[in-house]
Design a protein around this ligand. Sequence first.
Ligand SMILES: [Mg+2]
Length: 326
Amino acid sequence: MPLPEKALIAGIRGAAKAGKGAVVSGIGDDSAVLKPPPGHEILVTTDFTLEGVHFRREWHSPEVVGRRCLTRGLSDIAAMGGQPLAVFLSLALPGTLPQKWVDRFMKGLLGLAREFKVPLAGGDTAQSPRDILADIVVLGSVPKGTALLRSGAKPGDWIYVTGELGGGSAALKALIAGKKAKPRDFPRHFHPVPRIIVGDVLRRRRLATAMIDLSDGLSTDLTHICEESRVGAEILAADIPRARVGGLRKPVDLKLALHGGEDYELLFTAHPTTPIPNRIAHVPVTVVGHVTRGANVRLKSENGALTKLKPEGWEHFKQRRHSRIP
Ligand SMILES: [Mg+2]
């Protein structure tokens, strides 16, 4: 049985004694009091992590679930070029859940929070009838008027991605197929690192014209950029950096790199004359195509054929199997 609410909150509070930063007053009052850096605007993002949808207890250790839960929020702050200020966590837990699971979940979540020096400043707990539900809210900030939006891409801009793609969903594919997926063979799935530093560099050096994080899959997230910027895009299949996973470190299928979600890399566009380093903060940066006029998002295959790239990212990817992880 998990501890009663008061004890649970006390446990979280005790575990969350990291640096306070922007938090004037956190857990222990009715609301947290935050002080954003002078001249900054506030970023807010919220993401659910649901048992059976985003994780399964038999596939993911509690530490991994906690880390992935916070990664979702931090990655959204990274996509705006922001710095995280504070994290809020609401948990609904079934009465049968061992307290050990909650402790280990918090260990994974707070471990990542410490890496980015962002305090847990509040949250809520409730009992759920059956499944574990976690809602993470991350507040961040950027200097006024400098947030990187999805709407800034212009025809002629190059399209870049950070890291390698398809590694997040490759682990899920293996697990769904009933295979073993060892954390060290699928680091992007079991130990994701949100690209906060890369996003911050891109914003500070004014390198990117538009940005999004790759949470739903390249095809879907690129389509979001194109819709918001009212442009099209052409992507080169041969240039997409495919993750190497598994014991043999084989590159994933192109389909996973195109449509698999939860890589938490960044996709950004930049003016053709802007020099983009091929590594930022030790993370490889690869050009994968360019922005076009019109609204078509197209893929050029290795033999030169151009086809429409439909947004078949995460949502569809899941629905083709089941609406939930089976
Ligand atoms: Mg996002």
